[in-house]
Design a protein around this ligand. Sequence first.
Ligand code: ATP
Length: 362
Amino acid sequence: MTTTDHRTYRLGVLHGDGIGPEIVPSSVKIVDAAIAAAGVSPIEWRELPLGFSAIDEYGSHTPEITLKALDDLDGWLLGPHDSAAYPEPYKSQLNPSGTIRKQFGLYANIRPAKAFPGGNAVVDGTDLVIARENTEGFYADRNTYRGTGEMMPTADVAIMHGIITRAATERIAHSAFQLATRRRNKVTIVHKANVLKMTTGLFRDVCREVAEQYPQVEVDDFHIDAMTVHLVRRANDFDVIVTENMFGDILSDLAGEIAGSLGIAPSVNSSDTHAMAQASHGSAPDIAGRDVANPIAMNLSSAMLLDWLSGKHDDPRLADAARRIDAAVTETVVGGTRTRDLGGTASCSAFTDAVVAAIQAA
Ligand code: ATP
């Protein structure tokens, strides 16, 4: 018996906006099934307010009560938010995921793009991971202690600042290289050092320095604009891609779509002490409330969170639960149960039930 045998993990549930209240409960059901199959005590879930409903009830899209509670949990599932549709002043504030990432210093946003057989991939066999620096770079709203890092000195002039630091670049580079050693031993650094010479030049150079500590990993680097072309043309040549915040956000949407659909693109945001599962896509208000959203991205993000917790608590049963989710999702898609974005007709809830059944039958 190991010391973790009777441990009960406590996870937060933040439904968020748009399709969040559909894809997050789907993930809770699937995690419950996988945890039971792996012989782990049931998860203690804690629902917390976020987004539109939190604005109505607490006057904040990410209330203090949520932030305080998260600090006490083993991890959490964050649904998407439709912050562009929030009323002022909430719309102009740092958005919910930015607020949480900043509060907990979740510096590594790991975003895999993996094609499913028969899953509508633009490039069959795509299997890469983007390691996106999550705390600074060209998202100005992450770069200040207070305020958003953007300003308008006059009604017709807008200014923002970008920040790249050695410390933040070193830690995301280590995350990327460590990840590559567990995959195909290749890292591609993405920057724009021909134009943004000092900032993204520093990013590239620090990543190259860190690379020297991982001699078994092959390294190359590309400008962000060239990289979009390479991704479309030869996605299969890439393993781990490391880049700054905004480039990583944009590139991961492209990579998700190349792998089949934004609806299958998962991610985990982590520091050395906290982790949060979050689909790479947004709240998809255009399809919300109709039970047609693809829950795969959120399902696989939740599996990534279990995998991260497995490493943190040295509890291989959680990695086993994560593998069960991955396998059941793939089996369900390959078996022909697919949501609309993957060319199928299954509803979000029917897809979820099929994945739960696959976990229970395995
Ligand atoms: P954000 O800025 O919050 O990331 P966005 O503007 O990138 O949001 P999304 O909400 O991600 O936009 O939606 C982009 C498109 O992808 C929409 O047409 C949406 O319906 C579709 N989409 C996103 N997520 C899913 C999903 N889980 N299932 C099906 N379609 C999705």
